[in-house]
Design a protein around this ligand. Structure first.
Ligand code: IDP
Ligand code: MG
Length: 156
C-alpha cells in the first residue's frame, strides 16, 4: 500500500460550529501525519476550480457559494493509504445517511453542509494539494511517534 498525502478541508459549517479541533483530532488519533495547514476564506475562482468536475450539477452554484461564505481550515495529512482511510473517516457524502462513527455521520445532518472535503483519488489529491498549497508549504518531517504507528516488520 502506498504512502500518500491527501488534501482535506474543514468546510465553513465545521469552522462555524466549532468542530475544527474535534475533526483534526480524529486524524491525529488515527496516526496520520499532519503535513500542512492553513485557514483561509476560499476565493470564488479557487472554489470553482476545486469543484469544476461538478460544474454541470444542479448543486454546483450553491456549493461554490457555501464554500466561499466563511473561513475554512485546509489541511494535508500523510500516511500509508491516507486517501482511502481519510475518505472512510469522513463517511458517505450526506450527513443524514453517513455511517455513525464517521465525521459526517456523527456531526452532519445536511446533504450539502457536510463538514469536510477530502480528495478521492491520488490524481485528485495531487491536483487539490497544488491548488491549495504553494511549493514548500507541505512539510516533510520526521515524527517520532510513527515508529509506534507502523510496525516496521509488517508487510504493507
Ligand atoms: P464528496 O464530498 O463526498 O466527495 P461529491 O459528490 O464530490 O461528494 O460532492 C461534492 C460536495 O457537493 C459534497 O461534499 C456536498 O457538499 C455537495 N453535494 C453533493 N451532492 C449534493 C446534492 O445532491 N445536494 C447538495 N449538495 C451536494
Ligand atoms: Mg468528491
Amino acid at each position: 500500500m502506498p504512502l500518500e498525502t491527501t488534501l482535506l478541508i474543514v468546510k465553513p459549517d465545521g469552522v462555524q460550529r466549532g468542530l475544527v479541533g474535534r475533526i483534526l483530532t480524529r486524524f491525529e488519533e488515527k496516526g496520520l501525519q499532519l503535513v500542512g495547514m492553513k485557514m483561509m476564506t476560499i476565493p470564488m475562482a479557487l472554489a470553482e476550480r476545486h469543484y469544476e468536475a461538478h460544474k454541470e450539477r444542479k448543486f454546483y452554484p450553491g456549493l461554490v457559494r457555501f464554500m466561499t461564505s466563511s473561513p475554512v481550515l485546509v489541511f494535508a495529512v500523510r500516511g500509508v493509504d491516507a486517501i482511502s482511510i481519510s475518505r472512510k473517516m469522513m463517511g458517505a457524502t450526506f450527513g443524514p445517511t453517513a455511517e455513525a462513527g464517521t465525521i459526517r455521520g456523527d456531526f452532519g445532518s445536511s446533504r450539502s453542509y457536510n463538514l469536510i472535503h477530502g480528495s478521492d483519488s491520488p490524481e485528485a489529491a495531487a491536483r487539490e494539494l497544488s491548488l491549495f498549497f504553494a511549493a514548500g508549504e507541505v512539510q516533510t518531517w520526521s515524527q517520532a511517534s510513527m515508529a509506534w504507528v507502523y510496525d516496521a516488520s509488517e508487510e504493507l
